[in-house]
Write a protein that binds this ligand. Sequence first.
Ligand code: SAH
Ligand code: DHB
Ligand code: MG
Length: 223
Amino acid sequence: MNQTHLWNEVDRYMADRLIPRDDVLESVLEANRSAGLPPIDVTPAQGKLLHILARMQGAKRMLEIGTLGGYSTIWLARALPADGRLVTLESNPLHVRVAQANLANAGLDGIVTVRAGDALEQLARMDEERTEPFDFIFIDADKPNNPGYLQWALRFARPGTVIVGDNVVRDGNVIREDSDDPRVQGVRTFFDMLADNPAVTATAIQTVGSKGYDGFMIGIVSG
Ligand code: SAH
Ligand code: DHB
Ligand code: MG
């Protein structure tokens, strides 16, 4: 049994015990597949981690950067109280359409707003609209723009806001300082910004599983 296969089997073992079968979430993955979306959603175990973190924090207002088909969106939105809201940003028109259908199917279309368009542009527009701070922010779009997304996340944060970043390890490529991959450099600059910012208490956790070897950054904004 090779290592990747073992990670997959262990993910399955834990999910079988801890993550009940969910027709809505399974239909999301099926709809994404049919529409040809890339299978780069968070795993079930990771989705549930996001859900638990958001619930632990009591988040009422959430921001997600990078929707895809709304799989992580649904895990997060299900952590909201009845009057909670989630805004999710997506630039690919096909992804927007599939996500909107998936969210409606999940009964979350009244709670989640998908803002179509380039995330940096949408964030600037939200700033002009005087958008209220968010309690929980999940950064999971194009990695070269992670530094910009972190700046905006801090702008839309309040003391106590939790910021989570996906894909911060990428098979260990994050440590290749000479990498000419803009995704690697985007994540490295993101880490440097966190290192230099005393207002964010941050850590990062390496993960293995059905999506291979990767990791999450988890941070909390202080007063
Ligand atoms: N959070 C999702 C996965 C997101 S994949 C989940 O776990 O289910 C990353 C998404 O970011 C893709 O759908 C991609 O189209 C989108 N994206 C890439 N560049 C973007 C940009 N500049 N602005 C907004 N969305 C972008
Ligand atoms: C990719 C993006 C993601 O957000 C992810 O979780 C995995 C892969 C990608 O662009 O390849
Ligand atoms: Mg991701």
